[in-house]
Design a binder for this molecule. Structure first.
Ligand code: SF4
Length: 392
């Protein structure tokens, strides 16, 4: 059963079938200094076996998929770092599950986008390419451990456009080592000069077990302070808005027709299937995350068994809390009627104390239809969400 929100739909029972497929390719040309994703540099010898294992995992779970799929998202890692014949093999396998209505997305590192790659993506039906630009300042890219320079971002962009790609997005990072609000504005302007259909701006999260985390712990650089981070965030919101890319999620900006359909699935807490090592699925109310170990993953599927994974079933108030927390990331917030349909009670019955407190402060807005975080309060969304979850 589905309940209709003004713009999106929340699946009432998070059932065992889905139109959203994620594929994790865990290989990169080198490891960026801030990256704590499951991605391996220099493991070229495993790529073929991994793609074959992904095809076996897809076959095991194909009965969960509603075909044609609504969205396919190939992420990682750097999927476009695969050798071209292998990338084409992967694309052909996935293309069987799409038609012209499917949003077929892939993530790309600028230095992996050749005209051959661009054409192969287009021929397979990929209709959304997201480029990890991160910054247009060379020293910041070096500090982040990126292997491309600013000109390669522009070259990749032009290569994709020349091949005929119409929907292109860019990812940027703020609060990078050595960055300041002025250099951030420069990167924003450079990005928007390319007229992307979609822009993501993420604050750098520094994890201790990364190169950058270790540099920080040794005092090699000082993290951007909170007020500069807030200035960067506000600059992103206003500059993107003025360029025709309104904020639709804490870190994401696009016109309604160009919102990332696949990520909306996550924020609406709807079912999806994830394939590949470290990939997560959410089916039948169970979140299943494959162990982040490509060799174990390949070996399991080659011997005909399911790859080892971590399973978690969220129910009751925990599921309610997660659903609210995810939906409040979106500018439109959570649809109250959809929440009632899914959980049998109104948001104000489930989280009344926190909602009242933040509504009084103006940080939450409650209408007959929605609960949303006020635009000015998006910057403190983590605090609001933590307080809502504490009421679970
Ligand atoms: S390209 Fe992306 S996935 Fe690969 S190491 Fe860099 S940040 Fe991580």
């Amino acid at each position: 059963m589905q309940a209709q929100s003004s713009n999106h739909t929340i699946n009432a029972n998070a059932g065992g079938s889905t139109g959203a497929l994620y594929v994790h390719i865990p290989f990169c040309r080198s490891k960026c200094g801030y990256c704590d994703f499951y991605s391996l540099p220099d493991r070229q010898e495993l790529t073929g076996a991994c793609v074959r294992a992904i095809s076996l995992e897809l076959r095991r779970h194909a009965h969960h998929l509603t075909i044609p799929l609504d969205s396919i998202f190939i992420g990682g890692g750097t999927p476009t770092a695969l050798e071209l014949p292998l990338l084409e093999q992967l694309l052909a396998m996935l293309a069987e599950y799409r038609d012209e209505r499917t949003e077929f997305s892939i993530e790309a590192n600028p230095c992996t986008v050749t005209s051959e790659v661009a054409k192969s993506l287009l021929n397979a039906g990929v209709n959304r390419v997201n480029i990890g630009a991160q910054s247009f300042v060379e020293t910041e890219l070096t500090a982040l451990g990126r292997i491309h320079d600013p000109t390669e971002i522009v070259t990749a962009w032009e290569t994709l456009r020349l091949a005929g790609h119409e929907r292109l997005g860019l990812d940027l990072i703020y609060a990078a080592p050595g960055q300041n609000p002025d250099s951030w504005r420069f990167s924003l302007d450079q990005a928007l000069d390319l007229a992307p259909d979609h822009l993501s701006c993420y604050a750098l999260t520094i994890e201790s077990d990364t190169d950058i985390g270790r540099q920080r712990d040794r005092g090699k650089f000082v993290e951007m302070d909170e007020s500069d981070q807030a200035e960067c965030y506000r600059a992103a919101v206003t500059t993107a808005h003025d360029a025709g890319l309104p904020q639709y999620e804490i870190s994401n900006f696009a016109a309604p027709k160009n919102r990332c359909r696949h990520n909306l699935t996550y924020w609406l807490n709807e079912p999806y299937l994830g394939l590949g090592p470290a990939a997560a699925s959410y089916l039948g109310g169970v979140r299943r995350t494959n162990r982040p170990d490509v060799e174990v993953y390949i070996q399991a599927l080659d011997t005909g068994v399911a790859p080892p994974c971590h399973r978690e079933k969220l129910t009751g108030r925990a599921l309610m809390g997660e659903t609210v927390m995810l939906a409040l990331r979106m500018s439109e917030g959570i649809n109250r009627r959809a929440f009632i349909t899914r959980f049998g009670m109104d948001l104000t019955d489930a989280f009344g104390r926190t909602i009242q407190r933040y509504c009084r402060q103006g940080a939450l807005q409650l209408t007959r239809e929605h609960l949303r975080i006020a635009p000015d309060a998006m910057i403190v969304s983590n605090t609001i969400m933590a307080d809502l979850l504490a009421e679970v």
